[in-house]
Design a protein around this ligand. Structure first.
Ligand SMILES: Cc1cc2nc3c(=O)[nH]c(=O)nc-3n(C[C@H](O)[C@H](O)[C@H](O)COP(=O)(O)OP(=O)(O)OC[C@H]3O[C@@H](n4cnc5c(N)ncnc54)[C@H](O)[C@@H]3O)c2cc1C
Length: 368
């Protein structure tokens, strides 16, 4: 089939670019090596009737009205504002940490565990809280997540959380927060409606068949694109174990409970999907599904989830990026192509920007 643009990957990045180009009258072909479109936001129905987010829990949030209107074109959302807990000292405590909790444990006048310019993640976290609190909530969680001591991680990583002065229980304060009423898989199907999508098709194994394509937008792992020939970028991913409890309505107080204490098992968090459903549907379902996640370093690119936040990987990524930039009809982008954690809102915003640049005849891979 002739297409003006070949889009490799039907995740949010590939699908938003495809939709925008098609809306502008371009011919596009989308490929994905998975058996379903939609990338990592995909979800499926458990036999109990409970919706499970196949690749980990996805809470949609954005402050951008235009983006909110865009996603609502493909299906309505119900309000879901994630509020997480951490299992600490035998209790469910708010995550992010509430200042009220710190006062309760340490007293009214507490000092941060580090003062000065933080050189690593441990110091940056201690700059926000006393050491005893850091050790209960942050250290174990992040050492499970990244598989290295916390002082080996980048200080920037600590920007992903805060200490809540007002004891705000919601994970984020975004203006629009929700989950698609008919699920993410259906949302993505509708985003791609009318656009040809070839599934079970690995571009890297079938490149020769797509030689005549114009611009190729590749949203898979950038190191895999080049056959890992400069070395592999490190990723972390989760091994998920699902358990159906037929006799229990709800097993935990919220959808996600973090497990920072290594003595309480290797899993990093437990998800209870029923909390993420609309009560009018979940109330008639018998039993509940719990999913435990244990973080690993996956070998198979299919299981890549989080780029590893350190200098060595950032340097290696830049080498691949500089190479990709020299290939005239190639744009490598998305969370795997740019080796960057993008929330769904960030992935959509970035994809919209790239699509506009493509339509203007520009090819810019990342902000310099
Ligand atoms: C565990 C986890 C939880 C998350 N939770 C949230 C959340 O709560 N809220 C939020 O806003 N964001 C969340 N995110 C982020 C969200 O998943 C990303 O923003 C989104 O997946 C980015 O889409 P993408 O298209 O860039 O990548 P992907 O969704 O990974 O899509 C890439 C696609 O390319 C395909 N592909 C790769 N290589 C090839 C090839 N050679 N040939 C053909 N196809 C190929 C893949 O099969 C895949 O379908 C979470 C991410 C993770 C890992």
């Amino acid at each position: 089939m002739h297409a003006d643009f070949l889009i490799v990957g039907s995740g949010l990045t590939g699908s938003v670019i495809a939709r925008t180009l098609v809306d502008a009258g371009k011919k596009v072909l989308v490929l994905d090596r998975r058996a379903h479109p939609g990338g990592n936001v995909h979800d499926h129905l458990h036999e109990s009737g409970i919706w499970i987010h196949t690749y980990g829990p996805h809470y949609f949030r954005t402050n951008d009205d235009e983006q909110w209107r865009f996603v609502n074109r493909f299906g309505s959302f119900y309000k879901y504002e994630a509020a997480l807990k951490s299992w600490v000292d035998g209790n469910y405590e708010n995550w992010p940490i509430a200042a009220g909790y710190i006062r309760r444990i340490v007293g009214e006048k507490w000092e941060p565990g580090f003062k000065g310019h933080p050189a690593n993640f441990e110091e940056a976290s201690l700059a926000m809280m006393p050491r005893v609190i850091y050790e209960k909530f942050v250290k174990g969680y992040n050492e499970k997540q990244w598989g290295v001591p916390a002082h080996c991680l980048s200080a920037n990583l600590a920007r992903r959380f805060d200490v809540r002065q007002d004891d705000e229980p919601r994970l984020t304060r975004h203006k629009h927060q929700g989950i698609p009423e008919k699920g993410y898989a259906e949302l993505m199907r509708r985003m791609l409606e009318g656009i040809p999508v070839l599934l079970n098709c690995d571009y890297l194994r079938q490149r020769d068949e797509f030689k005549s394509a114009g611009l190729i937008v590749f949203t898979g792992p950038i190191d895999e694109y080049f056959g890992f020939d400069l070395g592999r970028l490190t990723y972390r991913g989760q091994q998920r174990t699902h358990q159906y409890l037929p006799e229990v309505d709800f097993a935990q107080p919220c959808g996600q409970v973090n497990n920072p204490d290594p003595a309480n098992g290797p899993h990093i968090r437990t998800l209870e999907w029923k909390h993420m459903m609309q009560p009018e549907f979940s109330s008639s379902i018998r039993g509940t599904v719990l999913t435990r996640e244990v973080t690993v370093t996956p070998e198979n690119p299919h299981n890549y989830e989080y780029p590893f936040p350190d200098e060595a990987n950032a340097r290696l990524y830049k080498k691949y990026r500089d190479r990709a930039k020299t290939i005239p009809n190639l744009l490598v982008c998305g969370r795997l192509g740019e080796y960057r954690y993008y929330g769904m809102d960030q992935a959509i915003e970035r994809a919209m920007l790239l699509a506009r640049r493509i339509l203007n005849g520009q090819k810019v891979m990342v902000e310099e």
